[in-house]
Design a binder for this molecule. Structure first.
Ligand SMILES: *Cc1c(COP(=O)(O)O)cnc(C)c1O
Length: 499
């Protein structure tokens, strides 16, 4: 399998190279150059397999330059019961005969990013060997919260790699900050950047673009890389859980062979739902993909109108991991629905960069609307949904998942579609506990309580333990104390690497 750039200006490369490069050098994203099909017979055979075995069958189609042993080794190091609190890795929770929750948050950081970031480091270190790369890989991450911690947990102590995470000192929650500052590992560094997320992000982008600086690093034996969600190595493991969820329903006879189901995905950067799109293209029986947005509803407008317009106010919401105005992974979908016409993609992306807006052609829009449906949930609807789901099912969901549930309700009202549906649950309710406790117990329950105290309140209310990754955060030693202005970030990188 070779990978081609959506912008058409780079040669096709094997998976290892696509994963090592992250973004294509022409500015595009790598996509598989051929279709992979899992037919109904193969699907049937996968029913009795466990998560890792199912994952192997999917991954080997896309990573055919990795040996069976290499893929198995990656899978064993990532998806085990040391890293995940559920042996099923991504278990399904049944709400009704036709509605299920796919829990993607049993990994070490309690958010769905672990599903990909637990395995990406192993793909990457093997890619380094396979491509004859001699340098130590240095992962640079700018984070607004979830990604940084998930990347740190994924890369900690992975031989041949170092990771440096920059977070805005004003802009992450108390829990997220403590999760990062207490990070253990012999190859990790966490640095506070004075300012907001944009300052940190811009600083990291500048470092990647600075040729002289990169050369200096190379001479010292280092090569920069990214664990960003545009890396193919982050997307491909996400395809697996859509298959696995379907197979779990089939294994329990909840669906007939070949029966189509819907997926609802709380969406930000369009990575998670794009993996569901690939699963559908591969032959997984999927009727509709329901793209759930929060008040930053750029994607909902786009799916309705074919016009992408980021010229609007950025709103800080209670589902912060979906607060995004530019969904990078959408470029891959555009490339496919435009029948791999890279000139169209270049045209739209240039418009986006120059005017903040682009409009796709009628044919591409129709193709998107055949598959995707979208709506959004505002803050009140989100809180209300958490409370309603708790009252009706005795099940507690986080704010992002609540956006998905609300949009699913809107979908069934608008379409009367009774197709069995799985809602992707992207974070543990403990991770966004303030909004969750407020929704369930009321405003007074969160007054004068910090997030760490609220963990205990939620534990009592739900009758479940605080997840290990969030427990005792206030008793762990602070290991990372560096603070810098955004202009000093490159110097900090050199200090950390002792150059
Ligand atoms: C990252 C994230 C999302 C958005 O996923 P995308 O792949 O960026 O669309 C949703 N919910 C949570 C909790 C996340 O961390």
């Amino acid at each position: 399998m070779l990978y081609e750039s959506t912008r058409g200006n780079h040669r096709r490369v094997p998976a290892a190279e696509a994963i090592k490069l992250g973004i294509a050098p022409d500015g595009g994203l790598f996509v598989p150059s051929e279709k992979v099909i899992i037919d109904s017979k193969k699907l049937q055979e996968m029913i009795t397999l466990d998560y890792r075995q199912r994952a192997h069958l999917i991954l080997k189609e896309f990573l055919d330059d990795y040996t069976v042993d290499e893929i198995n080794n990656c899978l064993q190091q990532a998806y085990n019961t040391e890293n995940f609190t559920s042996p099923a890795i991504a278990p399904l929770h049944k709400l009704t005969d036709s509605l299920y929750i796919l829990e993607l948050w049993h990994g070490p950081t309690c958010a769905f990013k672990d599903m990909a970031l637990q395995i990406l480091p192993h793909f990457l270190t093997k890619a380094v060997d396979k491509t004859g790369e001699k340098s130590t890989i240095v992962i640079l991450v700018a984070t607004s919260g979830d990604t940084g911690k998930a990347a740190l947990e994924g890369f900690k102590n992975v031989p041949g790699s170092k990771i440096i995470v920059f977070y805005p000192d004003q802009g992450v929650s108390e829990i997220q900050k403590l999760q990062m500052l207490t990070q253990e590992g012999n190859n990790v560094a966490v640095v506070a950047v004075r300012g907001n997320f944009d300052d940190a992000q811009t600083g990291v982008k500048k470092i990647f673009a600075d040729r002289a600086f990169n050369l200096e690093l190379q001479n010292a034996g280092y090569r920069l890389s990214s664990a960003n969600s545009i890396n193919w190595g982050r997307l491909v493991p996400q395809i697996v859980y859509y298959f696995s969820a379907y197979l779990d329903l089939a294994a329990k006879d909840m669906i007939k062979p070949g029966e189509k189901i819907n997926f609802v995905v709380p969406t930000g950067n369009f990575g998670n739902i794009l993996a569901a799109y690939y699963a559908r293209e591969m032959g997984l029986p999927v009727h509709r993909l329901i793209c759930a947005a929060n008040t930053n509803n750029v994607l909902t407008d786009f799916i309705h109108s074919g016009i992408y317009n980021r010229n609007r106010h950025f709103v800080k919401t209670i589902s912060p991991s979906m607060d995004i105005l530019i969904s990078s992974n959408l470029e891959r979908l555009l490339y496919h629905v435009a029948d791999r016409d890279h000139n169209k993609v270049i045209h739209w992306m240039t418009d986006l960069q120059e005017t903040g807006r682009y409009q796709i052609d009628e044919h591409s829009k129709n193709k998107i609307q055949e598959i995707f449906w979208s709506d959004y949930a505002n803050e009140d609807e989100t809180l209300h949904t958490i409370s309603k789901v708790h009252r009706r099912f005795g099940y507690i969901i986080d704010t992002h998942t609540a956006v998905g549930m609300k949009v699913y309700e809107k979908y069934t009202e608008a379409t009367t579609d009774g197709t069995k549906t799985i809602v992707a649950s992207t974070a543990s309710p403990f991770k966004f506990n303030e909004s969750v406790v407020k929704a369930i117990l009321g405003e007074q329950a969160v007054r004068d309580q910090d997030e760490l105290q609220l963990l205990h309140v939620l534990s009592k209310t739900s009758g479940t333990d605080i997840p290990a990754g969030l427990k005792n955060l206030d008793h762990k030693p602070i290991r990372h104390k560096t603070i810098t202005g955004s202009e000093g970030m490159a110097e900090v990188v050199k200090d950390i690497l002792e150059i």
